[in-house]
Design a protein around this ligand. Structure first.
Ligand code: TIU
Length: 232
């Protein structure tokens, strides 16, 4: 098609202020959209949570994922989970609380939060393409004990569009890690969800407060709009 040159930059209508992103230096980072958090019988439910609270994030993520695929943006998916021998699972994490099943126990989707089990995998609606990067992480942050920093360096990434679950746990931890490493993070508000709606709201507020102390927050519609409009 004529005149189909890809925009190289876009302005996202974000809070606390608009942000201009250089698309070739931007990646979509989708945090932990795994059956273990999203579906009954997984890790999230064993902790006593209502997993239906997270479903609202799936569609908005899907729209941005489709746009990222269409425009050739780097897409990275993360999965929280542990090795089958639990050698990367700190006792402090495994032993805490009184969950109905603990990490590593057999559940309806396989062993809870264990790599390779059905529950550990990403939900079908957002399943990674073979060409996309999947980062397995043992912690809440996507940088801790993973190759994420090296991958972002290799691709020249400076900006992250961040979405996934849960807002105040793995999304917030990852954004804080990324911010300290110098990445500009734009969190997609409706592409995140929490088991606790009030934590979702406050989790987003914490990011964008104080002039964007950890980053920016925008709706998926604003991100999609910016991906369509060139500023160069
Ligand atoms: N429990 C909870 O809200 N979240 C997690 O344990 N992990 C992620 O957020 N992925």
């Amino acid at each position: 098609m004529l005149n189909s040159a890809k925009p190289t930059k876009g302005v996202i209508s974000a809070e606390p202020e608009p942000i201009t992103l250089d698309w070739p230096a931007t990646a979509l980072l989708i945090i932990d959209m795994q059956r273990d958090f999203m579906e009954p019988g997984g890790f999230g439910e064993t902790l006593g949570n209502d997993v239906s609270q997270l479903a609202r994030a799936v569609k908005p993520i899907g729209t941005v994922l489709t746009a990222a695929r269409d425009t050739g943006m780097l897409v990275i998916h993360t999965r929280e989970g542990h090795l089958p021998d639990l050698s990367d699972a700190p006792p402090a994490k495994v032993e805490r609380g009184a969950p109905s099943l603990r990490i590593g126990d057999p559940g309806p989707m396989g062993r809870i939060l264990i790599r390779g089990e059905a529950g550990h995998d990403i939900i079908p609606e957002l399943y990674p393409l073979d060409s996309e990067i999947v980062i397995d992480k043992p912690g809440k942050g996507a940088f801790y004990a993973t190759e994420l920093g090296d991958v972002l360096g290799k691709y020249g990434i400076e900006n992250l569009l961040v979405c996934g679950v849960t807002t105040e746990v793995c999304v917030n931890t990852t954004v804080r890690e990324a911010n300290d490493r110098g990445y500009r993070c734009v969190v997609i508000a409706d592409g995140c969800a929490s088991y606790f709606p009030e934590f979702h709201e406050m989790g987003l507020k914490m990011i964008k407060a104080q002039g964007g102390i950890f980053g920016w927050v925008a709706d998926s519609a604003a991100v999609l709009e910016a991906m369509k409009v060139s500023t160069t």
